[in-house]
Design a protein. Structure first.
Length: 381
């Protein structure tokens, strides 16, 4: 290959390919195959590097989500266990009061298996032991020195013994059978106790059936407690509301039970407010009577009329007869009983005869000394 240099050509002269060039020929450069190979390699490395970063991000995100999920699951499990423990502890005072040694034993055995330990178990233990000993002593016949020897009769418990499985635990099938019998015979309170015991011992045992029976027992027991109301006597309405709330946590309430709870809550609110805040009592009584001809209607109307009369009497006692007239009229609008008409008429007459009294702080002008507008005052003297 030959090339004649041209001194006037100042352009850079690249390395030539193995071919002859003609003077004046423009160099078109290499085909770039070498540099193109270098660029593809770098691109491939970059893709691999970015892929590794993406995989690392996904792995870290997955691990973080799994860690948070594990933490939340552990928190939920602890809260659920604490709720079950509190529930069983709440039933123990009732078992002690009713001397229900069977349910007391079931609950204490379940609580003793909890980890970490339940501190209340050590506090309840002596009381439970004393009750068990009293039951044993009351069931044991006392021998006398002059008694004629007779065959001993073994004392029998009012409750059939619980069969145990080979592992020494309670026979859940037997407990469930008893609960079913209690439901069939409308022994709602006993059914609830047995079903609670099953759930406490093993929440997974026949869970669907236990839940269904418990819902039925809670709904029916709540309805039974609402019926303990008598005019002037709330009966066991507060307990009925608690049972209804618990039933609602398990599923839909029976027809009419939500209405009963609302009415019972209003009635208990009224009993709390009467004598403390007449205005709030009147508002609650109007809401209660507005529910219609239910079990509380007649008492609510009587109480509402009595509250208006009491407000009128309070105004009369401080010689405020005119406001008392309206309060007595409100009472008459509810019912004319209790002499409300006579009290209204008397307050109306006294209101008409009363001398208006200015409000405190009112300044009245003097009778003389100020001339009417447009009239020149005549000097005195």
């Amino acid at each position: 290959m030959s090339y004649e240099s041209n001194l006037e050509d100042t352009r850079p002269q690249p390395a030539l390919r193995d071919e002859d060039m003609v003077p004046g020929q423009v160099y078109e450069g290499d085909d770039g195959s070498g540099s193109r190979g270098m660029s593809c390699g770098v691109t491939a490395l970059m893709i691999v590097f970015l892929g590794l970063i993406a995989i690392g991000i996904v792995a870290l995100t997955t691990y973080a989500g799994w860690t948070v999920g594990q933490r939340e699951a552990a928190t939920l499990a602890a809260a659920t266990q604490a709720s079950r423990i509190d529930e069983q502890l709440a039933f123990i005072p009732r078992d002690i009061e009713s001397r229900n040694t069977f349910m007391l034993n079931v609950r204490l055995q379940w609580l003793s298996l909890m980890t970490p330990g339940v501190p209340q178990v050590s506090e309840i233990g002596p009381t439970a032991t004393a009750i068990f000993m009293e039951e044993q002593l009351s069931a044991t016949p006392l021998a006398t020195a002059t008694a004629t020897p007779t065959p001993e009769i073994a004392a029998t418990s009012t409750e059939a013994p619980i069969a145990t499985n080979p592992g020494g635990g309670f026979d859940l099938a037997d407990l469930l059978g008893r609960a079913q019998t209690a439901v069939d015979t409308a022994q709602w309170n006993e059914a609830i106790d047995l079903l609670d015991a099953i759930s406490g011992l093993d929440p997974t045992y026949e869970a669907t059936r236990v839940r269904r029976l418990l819902m039925q027992a809670l709904n029916r027991y709540a309805a039974e407690l609402y019926n303990t109301y008598r005019p002037g006597d709330p009966g066991r309405l507060a307990e009925a509301i608690v049972i209804t709330d618990r039933a609602e946590q398990l599923g839909p309430l029976d027809n009419g039970l939500a209405y009963e709870r609302n009415a019972a809550q209003l009635y208990l609110d009224v009993r709390r407010m009467v004598g403390l805040d007449p205005w709030q009592a009147i508002q609650a009584l109007e809401q209660l009577s507005g529910l219609g001809q239910g079990r509380y209607y007649e008492e609510a109307r009587q109480q509402l009329q009595a509250q208006w009369v009491a407000l009128g009497d309070a105004q009369v006692s401080i010689n405020e007869y005119c406001p008392a007239v309206q309060y007595y009229q409100n009472a008459i609008n509810v019912s004319a009983a209790g002499g409300a008409i006579a009290k209204r008429d008397n307050a109306s007459n006294l209101c008409a005869q009363a001398t208006p009294v200015p409000l405190p702080g009112t300044v009245l002008p003097p009778a003389d000394g100020i001339a009417p507008i447009g009239v020149v005052a005549t000097p005195i003297g």
